[in-house]
Design a protein around this ligand. Structure first.
Ligand SMILES: Nc1ncnc2c1ncn2[C@@H]1O[C@H](COP(=O)(O)OP(=O)(O)OP(=O)(O)O)[C@@H](O)[C@H]1O
Length: 267
């Protein structure tokens, strides 16, 4: 891992909440992200679109520190995720630093990943109590509010196996928000659902986008959802952003031939 310490300081005032600075990620000889540059401003909802294999999920996995970049830096809320400063130099981040910065990020995955042996309420309170150190009463009150927001008040005493896939995914959304992240990452959150359950989950996310100030970074193939919630859409191709703009611009009048081809193949 290397970092170019001569460039503009991404930890300065007026910063973006997320910044990828010349990030390269390879798997063997395959360059999946190629000196990728992009940023997300606080409170904005940004959607990543692009062909299968273009590197969208890799970006979210880098932010969750499930993988590390080969080159470049990632900054979250003005703090390096990939590096830390020691003795005036940037060095690869240690586990403790990574855990601290990663706490600003919540993620909802395709598979809901709930704790099967815990009831719904406990699924949502577990991490706030054990990771954030919140009192049980406070965590439960917050969990009840979130479960009401995602429409699951009457299911809080059930186990995940007693819920539909759509309901389980709504628990996963409440669980991610319970950690009070500054950024919510959404990775194709409806792709494992039966078609009739998709709309309910997307409606919950539309509500969250409309009524909270959380920053969202979203990978989806649901283009009408992307149109509804996005402030900005980034079109990926071969590990780079080839075009970005408002949903109106990208979906109605893209500049890039590759974007037109991609949208033509899925719309
Ligand atoms: N752990 C890994 N080892 C090797 N190759 C990987 C690994 N993870 C991802 N890749 C490769 O990296 C490329 C980008 O994958 P990624 O999942 O980021 O694409 P994507 O744009 O999210 O695609 P999709 O829309 O199909 O989910 C793919 O070619 C994939 O095969």
């Amino acid at each position: 891992m290397s970092a170019d310490t001569t460039r503009t300081d991404p930890t300065a005032e007026g910063r973006e909440l997320i910044r990828f600075d010349k990030v390269t990620k390879r798997f063997g000889d395959h360059v999946v992200l190629d000196r990728l540059e992009f940023g997300v401003s606080p409170g904005k909802h940004v959607t990543l679109i692009g062909p299968s294999g273009s590197g969208k999920t890799t970006i979210l996995r880098l932010l969750m520190t499930l993988i590390r970049p080969d080159e470049g830096t990632i900054t979250v809320d003005g703090e390096y995720l990939t590096h830390e400063e020691r003795g005036g130099r940037l060095v690869p981040a240690g586990e403790k630093h990574v855990r601290k910065v990663r706490r600003k990020i919540g993620m909802v995955f395709q598979q809901f990943n709930l704790f099967p042996n815990m009831k719904v309420l406990r699924n949502v309170t577990e991490a706030p109590v054990h990771v954030l150190g919140l009192g049980k009463d406070e965590a439960e009150q917050r969990a009840r509010e979130l479960l009401e927001m995602v429409g699951l008040t009457e299911h809080i005493d059930k186990y995940p196996s007693q819920l539909s896939g759509g309901q389980q995914q709504r628990v996963a959304i409440a669980r991610a928000l319970a950690m009070r992240p500054q950024v919510l990452l959404l990775d194709e959150v409806t792709s494992a659902l039966d078609p009739e359950l998709v709309a309910g989950v997307l409606d919950v996310l539309r509500d969250i986008a409309r009524t909270t100030d959380i920053t969202m970074l979203c990978v989806t193939h649901e283009m009408s959802f992307a149109r509804d919630i996005s402030d900005e859409v980034l079109m990926f191709n071969e590990g780079r952003v080839i075009e970005s703009g408002s949903p109106e611009k990208i979906f109605n009048d893209p500049d890039h031939e590759r974007t037109r081809e991609f949208l033509g193949s899925i719309l």
